[in-house]
Design a binder for this molecule. Structure first.
Ligand SMILES: [Fe+2]
Ligand SMILES: [Fe+2]
Length: 269
């Protein structure tokens, strides 16, 4: 059995929706979907239905786009996340709320941990105070739609939600990893700040993760860490741990760059 991964399907794009049918079926293998499937429940249902028949098991983690309050009147914040989790569980897809299962890829056993950690603006230079971080990005013309669209309810703000999610994941990883089995960590946002390279808008790093997770890959024995969000596909090795950015992205970002057979990235096996 192998593990494949993809993220940032952005199914609001008709071309991206059509591309799902081009993903090679691998009925014996698992597929991790690392967030930004789209903005609506319909986008998530579409992806789960289209990909569920192609792989033995799907693993889903949320991205910021799933958490946007769209369409108006739909559930917001934590209630929205829980609704997305329900949709996944109803179709047998693993979510960050499920036990972290053991799975054998390429004959080796791994613990598979889908995570949802969000961000807390801590990916910023040390001399920029937390309170001024968003204004510091705005000075350079950098804004993130999450500031308007990603409602953190019932938390007072996104960093509070991030803290709660990290506390929970850290506790669960500590318990699940006590047996020393190597892990596969899956999260929409990169776990390390040094992986965040956004040349056209470096200050966008504020919305890309949290320093809280920097030592998780080594502490929790990650063989590989899967993430998306940056729309910059690639493999990076840091301190002996492999990091796979597996975004598809918007059509202009993947068209002519990704072969149909490589839409989903083979990560293990
Ligand atoms: Fe994205
Ligand atoms: Fe994202």
């Amino acid at each position: 059995m192998r593990l494949y991964a993809i993220s940032d399907l952005h199914l609001g794009s008709t071309e991206n929706r059509e591309t799902l049918s081009a993903i090679t079926p691998r009925p014996d293998d698992w597929l991790a979907i690392a967030g930004d499937v789209g903005e609506t429940e319909e986008h998530l249902r579409f992806a789960l239905d289209a990909l569920g028949g192609k792989f033995a098991r799907l693993i889903w983690t949320p991205g910021n786009h799933e958490l946007w309050s769209l369409p108006p009147g739909s559930p917001r914040g934590r209630a929205r996340y829980e609704r997305m989790v329900e949709l996944c569980q109803a179709r047998g897809a693993l979510t960050p709320e499920d036990d972290y299962p053991l799975a054998a890829f390429g004959g080796r056993t791994f613990r598979v941990a889908p995570l949802f950690t969000l961000y807390d603006y801590s990916f910023r230079p040390d001399d920029v105070p937390f309170e001024q971080a968003v204004a510091w990005a705005r000075e350079a013309g950098v804004r993130c739609a999450d500031e308007i669209m990603l409602d953190p309810a019932p938390h007072p703000d996104r960093p509070s939600w991030c803290r709660e999610r990290c506390d929970l994941a850290e506790r669960r990883l500590r318990a699940a990893c006590a047996d020393g089995t190597p892990t596969v960590l899956i999260n929409h946002w990169p776990l390390l700040s040094e992986l965040v390279r956004v040349p056209r808008a470096p200050r966008f790093s504020l919305w890309c993760g949290t320093r809280r997770t920097a030592d998780w890959p080594r502490r929790f024995r990650a063989e590989v860490v899967i993430s998306g969000h940056l729309h910059m596909r690639g493999t990076t090795i840091v301190d002996g741990v492999r990091y796979e950015e597996v975004s598809l992205g918007y059509p202009q970002q993947w068209r002519r760059r990704i072969a149909p057979d490589a839409l989903a990235v083979q990560v293990l096996g």
